[in-house]
Structure formats: C-alpha cells, structure tokens
Write a protein that binds this ligand. Structure first.
Ligand code: NDP
Length: 402
C-alpha cells in the first residue's frame, strides 16, 4: 500500500518510486527558517467535527501538524487562504462520499472518519519543508496553490501538498491577493483549456459567453480570455455590469431583467460557453452555439457529487456516466459539444497564470478580507452569495501584507 501511495507523479507527471515516509530533509537547510516546523506537533486551525451549518466551525490550537508522508510533498506555512462556494458545500457534507474515497481509497483509516476536517481551498504562503524528491522548490520559496478537496485545507497555520500542485507565487501580488486566484484559476483553466480546447494561440476573435461572470471563476475567466484575444460576452446582474466591463468583458447581459436567453439569442452565435450558473441554462444555452463548427458548452455545475452522495460511489458514478453520455450524444446530433468541467489541481497551470499576472494581464479581485479570528464571518459572507470576486482570510503572520 505504501509503495502504491509513493508512486505519485512528480511535477513533470513522471511516476517515481522513492523513499517512503520522509519526514525531514537534514542537509537542506541552506537558510534558517524563522519558525521550524520540525519540532511542532500541533497548530492553530479552524476545523469541523461534523457536517452542518456555520456553527460547526471550531477554532483549535491543537490541530494535528501536517507531516510529509511522501517524498514529493512540501509543508507550506499559510499566510492567506481563499474561500470558495465549495467550502460552504463541504461544511454541509457536499461531496463527502467521493472525498472520503479519495482520502482513503483502500479504507486504511482506522478511525473511519474524515474529521476533524479543515476547509479552505486556496493558499498563498511559504515553503517550510520539502520531501526528498522535491526538485523545483526549496524552503522559503513563496508559493500559491489550489488545494484538492480531499486534502486538509488552508484554514490552518500549515498545510501539506504535493509539489506538482504548487507554483511560485506571482511576485507582483501580496499573499492576500495571491490567495484569491488559485482555485478559480485552476478551475477555469481545466474548463476552458483542458475541456474547452482554448489556449493563448487559438482564441483570437473566438466568441465566448460566460454565464455568471461576476463571481470568482467568472472574474478570472474574463481576464484570461481577454488576454488571449477572445471576444467575451458575460451574463450578470445589472449592478455587476460595470464591474465585469472593467475586467475586460466586451458585452454584458443583465439576467435580472427577464429571461436572459432572449437578449442572448439576438447576438451572433458563440464558439464556447462557460456555464457557472447551471439550473435551467442547459435548456436554452446550447442553441446559442455555432453548430457543426466544433463549438462547446462547458458547465461547471454538475450533479456528479450529489449523485455519489445520494447513491453511493459505484451507483453515483454509473448514473453520472449515463447522464453525461446521453446528453453529449443528444447535443452532438445537433452539431455542438456538451461537456462537464471540473476543478483540477495543477502547479504547471498556475505557473502560466503567474506569468500572466506578473505581466499585468490578470489581476486578483479581492472583494473582502477577513482576519483568522473571523473565519465564521468569512464563510457566512461566501454563503450569502452575490460574490463580486473573492473572499480571503489572512491566516499567518509574516506575510508581506500582514
Ligand atoms: N465543477 C467544479 O469542479 C467547480 C464548480 N464550481 C461551481 O461554479 C459556480 C461558480 O463558482 P464561483 O465563481 O466560484 O461562484 P461565486 O459564488 O464566486 O460566483 C457566482 C456568481 O454568479 C452570479 N450569479 C448568480 N446567479 C446568476 C445567474 N442566474 N446569471 C448570472 N450570474 C449569476 C452571482 O452574483 P449575483 O447573484 O449577484 O448575480 C455571483 O457573482 C458555482 O456553482 C460553483 O459551485 C466552481 C469551481 C469548481
């Protein structure tokens, strides 16, 4: 089992078997860290011990300190943590069946419990310690990352991640600003690049529609697509139109003014639709695509995790496969591609985003910042919805902006 778990891909995606249970790396202390993680066994964190509403959040100074269990892992000291709608969903148990399987695929966790669970999917901080196989990072590197939902999160002083999930943080951003981007950037990258087939060389004059442009994913996607030369139309509420135009949107449609599909039907057809809204959008959105031209509809709002929560892993995955397969086939007969998009952790994708940020092509949109003692208020803010960018929690001390 340990050998299986040690066969993790390195940053170049190469699978590599190496030493197991590497806890520290003695000869690699070129520079002395202000706080050594090696002597610590507990740390401050916000945890949940059961699923529920905001009152399940509990602050503790005694959360287990993360350890490097595999040679490609790093321990990061968290300076800032970004929140996402997923954190609110996970607090209530959303996705728990799939996440439990990812955390413990072979059922080796003797406690049989995922608790205490730490939320927070975005991190910006500094590398404290590296596993033996970590080649591209070293202690004190300032890094950012999107944390897979099956791993302990960033609402804690430290977090452990694989080196292929992290990236050097943009130099032009503070930690608070940097923590606003990784999860939405990795999601938009996965949806638009990996699933949608867009990239910096094929976007010029492509017509893209973003349904739901004023939140975390939308504000990032607008900027990336504009940097790549696409023409971007966005649906949002009236009071967000100016905001999304300032981010570069070419055209906006107010969804609060009536059925949004009507003004959208009057426009020239699209090469790609990114759907951040879901609900009944599928009923009309695919007809807005250019047929028989390779045009794609990619939705981020899928029933995958609800299916596995409700039906269990095997039946839930089966139902998911049947649903997505039949929808894809139905729409293919009308000459358009129907796809589901998912967050995918990726250090290399964040490397590319970092370059765009440092080149001034993408800026983080931090709507509100909270201190570490205000985590429940920060979660409440995200839960209320109507985001205009991102909510960030300042966690550690010593970041450039703390
Ligand atoms: N599949 C996956 O792996 C992932 C899925 N997601 C999902 O993608 C969606 C977007 O995520 P994220 O951007 O982080 O969410 P946010 O909460 O940050 O943003 C949602 C935005 O959509 C706006 N909005 C709400 N209803 C509509 C509507 N009918 N038309 C247009 N805009 C609308 C909201 O503002 P207002 O209400 O004021 O209009 C808000 O600005 C979420 O449902 C999230 O769960 C996100 C990441 C990964």
């Amino acid at each position: 089992i340990d050998i299986f778990k040690a066969c993790l891909p390195n940053r170049k995606g190469v699978f590599h078997l190496s030493k197991l249970h590497v806890v520290s790396r003695p000869g690699n202390q070129r520079r002395q860290l202000r706080t050594s993680s090696r002597s610590m066994t507990v740390m401050p964190a916000w945890v949940i011990d059961k699923y529920g509403s905001n009152d399940v959040l509990r602050f503790t100074r005694n959360a287990s300190f993360p350890t490097i269990n595999y040679p490609n892992e790093v321990i990061i000291k968290v300076f800032a943590a970004g929140l996402n709608p997923l954190d609110v969903g996970m607090r209530a148990g959303y996705g728990s069946a799939t996440m439990s399987m990812q955390r413990d695929p072979l059922g080796m966790n003797q406690s049989g419990s995922e608790f205490p669970l730490i939320l927070g999917r975005d991190v910006s901080g500094v590398v404290m310690e590296c596993g033996l196989d970590v080649k591209y990072f070293r202690e004190r590197d300032e890094v950012w990352a999107a944390i897979p939902p099956w791993k302990q999160g960033s609402l804690a002083e430290f977090v452990v991640l694989s080196a292929n999930e992290i990236s050097l943080k943009p130099k032009s951003l503070s930690h608070t600003e940097a923590a606003a981007l990784p999860y939405v950037a990795a999601t938009a990258w996965s949806a638009l690049v990996n699933t949608g087939g867009l990239n910096k060389d094929n976007c010029t004059n492509k017509r893209v529609l973003i349904l739901g442009g004023s939140g975390g994913v939308g504000t990032f996607a607008i900027q990336m697509l504009k940097a790549w030369g696409a023409h971007v139309t966005v649906s949002c509420s009236l009071n967000a139109e100016r905001f999304v135009r300032e981010l570069g949107a070419d055209h906006t449609v107010d969804y609060t003014a009536g059925p949004v599909e009507e003004p959208l039907r009057a426009l020239q057809k699209f090469d790609l639709i990114l759907d951040n809204v879901g609900g009944d959008t599928e009923r009309w959105a695919l007809a807005l695509l250019k047929p028989w031209s390779g045009a794609k509809y990619v939705t981020l709002v899928t029933p995958f995790l609800q299916n596995t929560d409700r039906l269990g892993l095997a039946d839930g995955m089966m139902k998911t496969a049947v649903t997505v397969g039949s929808k894809a086939l139905k729409h293919l007969m009308n000459g358009v591609h129907y796809r589901w998009g998912f967050f995918a952790p990726s250090g290399p994708a964040l490397d590319e985003v970092r370059d765009m940020v440092d080149a001034g092509q993408i800026r983080p949109v931090v709507e509100e910042t909270f201190s570490f003692s205000q985590v429940p208020a920060a979660m409440e803010k995200v839960e209320k919805g109507h985001a205009r960018g991102k909510t960030v929690v300042q966690v550690g001390q010593g970041g450039d902006d703390l």
